[in-house]
Each structure stands twice: as C-alpha cells, then as structure tokens.
Design a protein around this ligand. Structure first.
Ligand code: ATP
Ligand code: MG
Length: 405
C-alpha cells in the first residue's frame, strides 16, 4: 500500500547496524548487491541509494520493489513512500493526499519520527502527529467520513519520517525476513528430502546469511521418481530468494548403497541410513567448501529424531550438523512453509516410505549402531558423493546416470 506519488522504497535493516563499522559496511554492500539481484531477477528497475542505516530504492514501481525487498534476507521492513518538503504544511498535504487514497473511516493514527539534526526544524515529532492528524481528520470530515483517532491500535496508520532535507510519508512497514544478507557466511550443505521441514530449515540458514547447496539423497527403489521430482520443486521454490546462487538440487545417486544397507541391517536400520546420508553430505560439503550440514530435524518429530538418536546421527561426521528447526513444532513449521512459499511443493504426493521398521529404536547408543554398520560405509558415501550432479529441471524424471535399481 503506497501513497500517491510514491517513488522511493525505504529499506530498513536491523542487525547489520550492531556490527563494527568495517563489518557493517561490508554487509551493507552485500545487501545492496543482493537487492539488485532480486530486482533484476524480477525484471524490476530501481536505483539503489545508500543512506545512513537505510537503503533507498528509487523506482516507478513501488509495489513490485517493496515486495522484492521484503523477500531479501537482511531486510527488516520496506516502505513505499512519497517525499515532501520538510515543513508542517507540506507534510499536512502529503498526509491528506495519502489518506484520500486509503482512509475511508474507522480509526487512524499518524506516527511521526524526526531523524537527524533535532534543531533542523522548529517543530517536534509530536507537532507533526498533532497537526498531521488534524489535517487528515478535517479532510475526512469534508469528505463526509466519520473518523476516530486511536493511537494504540488504529485501523489505518500513516507514517512520517522527517529529516533535515525532506520528509517521507508512507502507509506501511512491510516486514522482510530479517536476518543477515545472504553470502555473509560460508556455505552449508542443506539436506533436502522434499518434505515440509527441510526447505524451511534451508531457508532459515539462508536467512542468517549462509548460502546452501541443496542436496537430495536419491534412495533408488526406496524413494523413486516422485520423491525426486518433489525435492527438485522444493529447491526451485527457494531459488527466488537467492538469484545469485546456484540453487539447483544436487542429486546423490545412493540407490545401490541404500539397498545394500537395507539388506544388511535390520535393527537400527534408520539410524544407519541417516548416518550414511550425513556422510554423503559431509563429502559433498568438502567438494563445495561448505562448513556444515543443515537438516530439517526437530526433537522428537520422528523416532530417528529423539535427543538420543540425534546424538547418534551427528556422531557419524566431524562437520557440525545444524538443525534450525530443532525446537519448532510441526504446526509452526508448516505455517512457515506456507509463508515462504515452499509448502505446496512439499506436499506433492510421493508414495509411502518403505524403509522404516515396525518398531523403531528411540534410544540408540553410538557404539551399538557402529557395530551394526557394514564396513566401508565412509568410502561408499564418498563414492556416492563423487557422482553427485545437479538436476536440471523438475520434469527430469529419469534415473540418475549409472544408477541401477
Ligand atoms: P522433511 O523433514 O524434509 O520435511 P521428513 O520429515 O519426511 O521430511 P525425515 O525422514 O524426518 O524427513 O528426515 C529428517 C531430515 O533428514 C530431513 O529434514 C532432511 O534434512 C533429511 N533427509 C531425509 N531424507 C532425505 C533425503 N532422501 N535426501 C536428503 N535429505 C534427507
Ligand atoms: Mg521431518
């Protein structure tokens, strides 16, 4: 929602400002580059101007640019705004024009801030709120609208940011993801199963600045083409958040190895398999210079995700295993998936799971699982990792090359 004549989008970032000058300058630069990439990806034109603690995006498509900024990691909020002279009279006019477009009754409030030199203007932020509110009120009355001021919980809020040289009038602070600009951390390998959790986990890692290499472990006969296609779609759903990064799903052809493990191991099979996946991920991480693995696991969500069993799986690799959803309830994860746009992809039907035993182990011990593990799994994982390839598109249903099911 933008006031008439809006030609700038104010972008606020949060934590960047808490860093040392050197680090925050670097992060701001990265944020600018990432914003530019998201805008280009969506075919939007805007000129990016660096301001103190803010970016201004000059544009003639304030709605499109605001939506793009709200999908960029590191952005706390974005406001499409109109610039007016920093005088009470101009601010009153700007507010009235904005209210005419958006306010047709109910309660309203004007919230004003004065930034920069306090002595630059002979009026305070309270003056702006009082005078601006009166202008909106009078104009509404002239239009035959009954209005009410509610400072605590207004139906319509009109904002003014008054600076030394200009004042901004805007109607919303559209929330962005927050976090840190993508690329300000070293990369991680994200294990993506195509389910609801793993894309959300990958997104959370990206939100904190870490690019991800999305990796799907193809289970061969135990997974199948539908599973793979679903995983590809979830990786694609993440790619608009990272247009400058190669977000193609990497496919690890593990069908043969998984088949062998399933034959050889009965009790503790799921944990052996999960440890195997982590080993594949760790080998892939080495290849990509990634410094950890991300999974969608949450405490107790499945028998393989009890606190005891997570300890057993983590012990398979030296790299840290990051679990951004560790303490998040499934309903909240699902809501998040809907918000970020991965839910639909994650719920494409993909057949049943045939690997899970009837009575799964919930409290395994590392030594016990190690004993049951067939020899040479580490080497086997490396072999699989060596054959990892990107999947070109979701329709690509052919089994990976070299795989015999
Ligand atoms: P998800 O957790 O992805 O929504 P899920 O709950 O069915 O799906 P689990 O079996 O709980 O998946 O697996 C836990 C985690 O292990 C997943 O979040 C994902 O990170 C990883 N994972 C599971 N299966 C695969 C796979 N075939 N390829 C890559 N990663 C996988
Ligand atoms: Mg899960």
């Amino acid at each position: 929602m933008h006031p008439p004549g809006a030609d700038v989008v104010v972008v606020r970032h949060g934590e960047i400002g808490t860093k040392s000058q050197h680090v925050s300058a670097k992060m701001e630069r990265r944020l600018r580059e990432n914003l530019r990439a998201v805008l280009d990806d969506r075919g939007l034109d805007a000129e990016v101007e660096q301001r103190r603690f803010r970016l201004w995006l000059h544009t003639d498509d304030p709605e499109g640019v605001t939506a793009a900024a709200a999908d960029t990691f590191g952005v706390v909020s974005a406001s499409p705004a109109v610039r007016v002279e920093p005088t009470i009279e101009s601010i009153r006019e700007g507010l009235t024009a904005a209210a005419r477009e958006t306010y047709d009754g109910g309660s309203f409030a004007v919230s004003a801030r004065r930034a920069g030199e306090a002595s630059a203007h002979p009026f305070s932020s309270t003056d702006i709120e009082r005078e601006g509110g009166a202008a909106v009120w009078d104009d509404a009355e002239a239009r035959g609208i009954e209005s009410e001021v509610d400072l605590d919980d207004p139906d319509t809020e009109l904002f003014v940011d008054c600076r030394a040289d200009d004042a901004l009038v805007f109607l919303e602070k559209r929330p962005g993801p927050g976090g840190l600009p993508l690329g300000t951390q070293d990369p991680l390998v994200a294990l993506m199963s195509g389910g609801i959790d793993s894309p959300v986990a990958a997104w959370e890692a990206m939100k904190r600045g870490a690019p991800v290499v999305p990796l799907y472990v193809d289970l061969g006969d135990y997974g199948g083409v539908d599973h793979r296609a679903r995983a590809v779609s979830t990786a694609e759903a993440l790619s608009p958040y990272a247009p400058d990064y190669d977000m193609r799903l990497r496919l690890a052809p593990a069908g043969d190895a998984i088949g062998e493990i399933a034959e050889a191991v009965d009790a503790g099979r799921m944990l052996v398999l999960r440890r195997f996946m982590l080993r594949v991920a760790a080998a892939v991480a080495e290849e990509y210079g990634a410094v950890g693995v991300v999974t969608g696991e949450a405490v107790g969500q499945k028998s393989s995700q009890t606190t005891a069993n997570l300890a057993v799986t983590s012990a398979a690799v030296d790299l840290p295993v990051h679990r951004p959803l560790l303490t998040v309830d499934k309903t909240d994860i699902t809501a998040r998936a809907e918000e970020i746009g991965t839910f639909d992809e994650s719920t494409i039907p993909a057949g049943c799971e045939r690997l899970a035993p009837d009575y799964p182990e919930t409290r395994a011990r590392v030594g016990e699982i190690e004993e049951r593990e067939p020899d040479g799994l580490r080497e086997r994982a490396r072999e699989v990792a060596d054959r990892v390839e990107p999947v070109e598109d979701a329709a690509d249903g052919d089994p990976a090359e070299g795989e015999t099911a």
